[in-house]
Ligand binder design. Sequence first.
Ligand code: UDP
Length: 317
Amino acid sequence: MRVLITGAAGFLGSHLCDRFLADGHRVVGLDNFITGHPDNIAHLIGNDRFEFIRHNISTFTYIAGELDGVLHFASPASPIDYLEVPIPTLKVGALGTHNALGLAKAKGARFFLASTSEVYGDPLVHPQPESYWGNVNPVGPRGVYDEAKRFAEAMTMAYHRYHKLDTRIVRIFNTYGPRMRPHDGRVVSNFIVQALTGQPLTIYGDGSQTRSFCYVSDEIEGIYRLFMHGDAQPTNIGNPEEFTVRQLAELVIELTGCNVPIVQKPLPEDDPKVRRPDITRARTMLGWEPTISLRDGVRATIEYFRSLGPDRLRPRG
Ligand code: UDP
């Protein structure tokens, strides 16, 4: 197969490139480096089955040659990004998805949308099955991401129903692991980088809010199987083991061996109180479930951040 992956230099996009290349496929990677980083794909340069194009998918996109798949992973994806680049976030979910769908249609390719657990907003149903419609504030700070992804899902289903395009939608829950940006702003990277640089761990609110953290290799395996063997209905891919943010902070302190204090900061607006995927669909349709425990995944992520060296971990000026 020859597939296009947008957001190829991002955290998930770059791991997905690796997964397709490992199975012998050809990959065209696209990224404009708004939040992605060339380091994430540096190891692929020189691989004759990998091509890279620096381009913004929110603008008209032409790709020469045949494509069997278009996987749309380009998007800022951290709450701090939505505040810094709200309009590009809206555009890549809306215009970027439209362009990627149009490209898939022109090539007769399968389309795969990276959607998100954020479509459930601050959920009133727990855990979240795909049938839950969500509880999203359209005009809050997270609305730019949540609503763009909800639009992207609607657009994908319209292309599926109206143009008979072969499509997939994955709803990705909190994922962590190597190649996250040290200053990504999300909780796993924040806590590990804070611990390794001797700073207090910043818990937002009282730390009783929950998340379910999936290690990147598990997430990528689920995504790959969904692309290959799934159907058009949205599918949750995430780890159903749920932890409070405070439990995560304590685990990071234990595993880094860094004796740093925990401090409380204000809870960001519209921060979901709970989040946990119901993965019954992925289990039955794909025979997939996560295999890496939070303890093992956090340990591997600590090793990754240590390997970057102290300069990369220092707080941004
Ligand atoms: N959080 C925290 N301290 C941090 C960063 C995040 O307590 O330094 C909290 C945040 O308020 C949220 C949870 O951790 O409740 C997960 O936040 P993240 O930004 O990783 O992703 P989200 O699931 O909110 O999109």
